[in-house]
Design a protein around this ligand. Structure first.
Ligand code: SF4
Length: 369
């Protein structure tokens, strides 16, 4: 357990004099060389970084991403399957008690139709997402995954359906699921508790993540930047957790408040810190998939471009039927294009081309860890 953190601690003790403050740029270089830092060093970076430190990290992350992926971005085609949820995450506009939400659930045929368009556009990873919807039974999910795989055998199926039992994860995997994203949200138990209702715990979230890996999924974790009560110490723990867990992807985006939650008056997370953390993760894990989340574009009109220049390598065009797309809104002012999938993809492609990137036709082979 904890080989990377242990290694980082040893590196910190042997290569850097304990107790003597090291320049942030030197810590960023050490992160590139060692693959991790001690928690204290991560905290120093997050608490004291300057614009020059951020630029140093961004240029390093940019170079690493270009070496790994060239100028081609991978597309994960998003299909929001259901916005029905029985849970009460304190930050989420889709929580059960929000009666303002117009709920929807796609039929398996709707999902396949949406993905057929993404496949036609050249995408090879479908990203199915949904809340904790009791109607999405194991059988119905198996059916959806099976249908997608049957009709589009070269597709990678990535799932984001929250905390489930190990038995359910096994069924999803056996049906053909390849990857699963479950953001850990905070690696600090108290901070995690401050964002979730009492019956949700960090211990169970970690159990789910470990189950997903053990089952065979390419497993992704991640967290919001600037979530309520978050401190540099919390984010430092998140980075140490990511180093230890060695995920296949890390989903990082700014917190954006939802008016229907008790965090409605909290400020949104900073784009600047979000980009800095993205760069740190890219430097720490050169090959990890770093998607550009919609929340990045929500807090800054050029957020997607800035995230790519900071080290992200995946874009997420939305394939959900336009009639339902805006209803999947965990936070306010979510950027939702009313354009049909092909038109939206063309706009996104043009924007990425303007910064020197194309959106690649294929995804890498599914990785099972
Ligand atoms: S974060 Fe997910 S599980 Fe929590 S309330 Fe929102 S949709 Fe439901």
């Amino acid at each position: 357990m904890e080989p990377r953190v242990r290694r980082a601690h040893l590196a910190g003790l042997s290569d850097r004099v304990y107790g003597v403050r090291v320049a942030n740029t030197d810590l960023i270089d050490a992160l590139a060389a060692d693959g991790a830092l001690s928690i204290d060093e991560f905290e120093q970076l997050l608490a004291t970084y300057t614009a020059a430190d951020r630029d140093h990290a961004a240029s390093k992350a940019y170079r690493i991403a270009r070496q790994q992926f060239g100028t081609s971005l991978t597309a994960w085609g998003v299909v929001s399957v259901s916005n029905v949820c029985t849970k009460e995450c304190l930050y989420c506009g889709l929580r059960r008690s929000n009666e303002q939400v117009e709920r929807f659930r796609l039929s398996p045929e709707d999902v396949v139709t949406a993905w057929a368009e993404g496949h036609r556009l050249g995408f090879r990873t479908v990203y199915l997402e949904g809340g904790d919807d009791p109607e999405l039974t194991d059988e119905s999910m198996e059916h959806v995954i099976w249908l997608v795989k049957k009709q589009f055998g070269d597709s990678t199926v990535t799932l984001e359906f929250g905390e489930r039992t190990r038995g359910t994860y096994e069924r999803y995997f056996e049906a053909g699921g390849d990857a699963y994203v479950l953001r850990h949200e905070s690696a600090d138990a108290d901070h995690f508790a401050s964002l979730h209702p009492r019956r949700m715990t960090l211990a169970n979230r970690i159990r789910c993540l470990e189950d997903l890996k053990a089952v065979g999924f390419s497993t992704g974790c991640g967290m919001m930047i600037g979530s309520p009560f978050q401190t540099p110490a919390h984010l430092a723990r998140d980075l140490a957790f990511i180093a230890d867990f060695d995920p296949a992807s890390v989903s990082i985006g700014p917190f954006v408040p939802s008016a229907s939650t008790e965090f409605a008056d909290q400020p949104a997370g900073s784009i600047d810190k979000t980009l800095f953390v993205l760069s740190l993760v890219r430097i720490m894990m050169p090959t990890v998939d770093l998607p550009v989340l919609t929340s990045v574009a929500t807090v800054h009109p050029r957020g997607r471009e800035m995230a790519v220049m900071a080290g992200a390598n995946v874009v997420m065009p939305n394939l959900t039927p336009t009639v339902d797309r805006a209803k999947f809104a965990p936070y306010d002012h979510k950027i939702v294009s009313g354009a049909e999938a092909a038109e939206g993809f063309e706009i996104l492609s043009r924007r990425m081309a303007a910064i020197g990137y194309s959106i690649g036709p294929t995804a890498p082979e599914p990785r099972h860890r």
